[in-house]
Design a protein around this ligand. Structure first.
Ligand code: UGA
Length: 439
């Protein structure tokens, strides 16, 4: 099939490359000319496992191309996916839908033949009819444009795998759809035939599927982090507690790693956007729990700052602190709402000199936080440090031998904010080892 993907960020670029991998002829569209040029050269403008390989393969095979032109996109295919970003509005809880509505307004007047517009962006429930109305009023073909809702559940750093072999496929349509379901089933034929659970539903349920999935994932993380608070007060070990709980198949260990909590471009803003929408719908009480989930998550960051202050004898002024980690999670260069950088910035505000290292995210971190110091090598970064904080659990950090660091650090104190360092190895190398939720 021929199809377009409008908006080529983490979601859209991955979707475009994966659709080409499924055999489709794909045109990705993004108004950022630099991004388009990088993608057309067969590379991703960000770090995502396996994506460069797919982009190189399919820009070379001719099945994948990128353009900054809406006119070209509109003329290229009958199926258009929209995957533009829907960030949080500055100073508000709600989503900023400007990019989404703008994409629809730009695409619609150029639709001269019947088309299916399948939206993947995360939105407040009730957005689909607004998109339909815009398309029908702006498109020359009017109501010959059908809207489908196809939420995306991919995780960054597993984006290619999650797109090609998703846990489930959700397709939302309105009652009058006649053609959209056929088109989308054809598009996802290989995924459906591989036995992927496929749920065909209405627009509202498809929109809510995404909001509620992310709300649940965030709740699971904050639940175990609330247990970490209780562990800290009672001398219990939250890592072992999570293992014990996780053996109950109804609970499950996945997505329940205790530590510094969640960040990124999705869970935090989806939680807040979902609460804002529930308020508009008059059902805010149903989501009061999410306020607590958000508060527990913020407290983890404060707890690390408190522990750091404690380890620096109550005063951070002039202390040299090394932070391992800048990305919001390992294997990405994404620093949106990064817990590690939030802590690093706070420590700087409190008077510490903070040196940050990260295998992939330093360029992005430098732009957002010029007040921090940056060093590429995690071992060199520890030079003269009064305290080391492990805040993003890159595998390479946990492989470093703490004995090698001992000669460089000014003081052998470490706080593990992610629970993936092995305390015994650090203690044997004479480090004072503290971890969230662990004795
Ligand atoms: C999340 C969801 O997991 C995806 O299903 C969803 O599609 C995506 O948001 C989205 O809305 O686009 P992502 O933000 O890539 O994916 O990252 P996660 O792997 O869920 O991690 C989110 C944050 O939670 C990270 O900061 C991570 O360190 C933290 N986390 C995750 C924990 O603290 N504990 C865990 O057990 C899992």
């Amino acid at each position: 099939m021929k199809l377009t993907v409008i908006g080529c960020g983490y979601l859209g670029a991955t979707h475009a490359a994966c659709m080409a991998e499924l055999g489709h002829e794909v045109l990705g569209m993004d108004c950022d000319m630099d991004k388009v040029a990088i993608l057309n050269s067969g590379k991703a403008p960000f770090h995502e496992r396996d994506l460069d390989d797919l982009l190189a393969k399919h820009t070379a095979s001719g099945r994948l191309r990128f353009t900054p032109s809406y006119a070209e996109a509109a003329a290229f295919a009958e199926l258009h996916f929209i995957g533009v970003g829907t960030p949080q509005q500055p100073g508000e809880m709600a989503y900023d839908l400007t990019h989404l509505f703008s994409a629809v307004r730009q695409l619609a007047p150029r639709l001269h033949k019947p088309a299916v517009v399948a939206v993947k962006s995360t939105v407040p429930v009730g957005t689909a009819p607004r998109i339909r109305d815009l398309l029908h009023s702006y498109a020359p073909v009017g109501d010959a444009v059908e809207v489908a809702w196809n939420p995306e559940f991919l995780r960054e750093s597993f984006a290619v795998e999650d797109t090609l072999t998703p846990d489930r496929l959700v397709l939302g349509f309105d009652a009058e759809h006649s053609w959209a379901e056929t088109v989308l089933r054809q598009c996802f034929e290989q995924i459906i035939e591989a036995g992927t659970p496929t749920i065909v539903t209405d627009w509202a349920t498809a929109e809510l599927a995404k909001a509620s999935a992310n709300a649940f994932l965030a709740t699971k993380i904050s639940f175990i982090n609330a247990m970490a608070e209780v562990c800290e007060a009672s001398g219990a070990d939250v890592g072992q507690l999570a293992d014990i709980l996780g053996h109950d198949a109804r609970i499950g260990r996945r997505g329940m790693r205790p530590g510094l909590g969640f960040g990124g471009g999705c869970l935090p803003k989806d939680l807040r956007g979902f609460m804002a929408r529930a308020g508009e719908l008059g059902v805010d009480q149903a989501l009061t729990i999410l306020r607590e989930v958000d508060a527990i998550n913020s407290r983890r960051r404060e707890r690390v700052v408190d522990l750091a202050r404690e380890q620096c004898d109550g005063d951070l002024t002039g202390k040299r602190i090394t932070v391992w980690g800048a990305a919001f999670k390992p294997d990405t260069d994404d620093i949106r709402d990064s817990p590690a950088l939030a802590v690093a910035h706070k420590l700087h505000e409190l008077g510490a000199t903070v040196t940050v290292t990260d295998p992939k995210a330093l360029d992005n971190a430098r732009k957002l936080h010029p007040e921090l110091d940056y060093v590429d090598d995690p071992i060199a970064a520890v030079q003269d440090a009064d305290l080391l904080l492990h805040l993003t659990e890159w595998a390479q950090f946990s492989r470093i031998d703490p004995a090698r660091l001992a000669a460089r650090a000014a003081s052998l104190k470490v706080i593990d904010g992610r629970g993936t360092l092995t305390p015994d190895i650090w203690r044997e190398a004479c480090w004072t080892f503290r971890a969230l939720g662990r004795p």
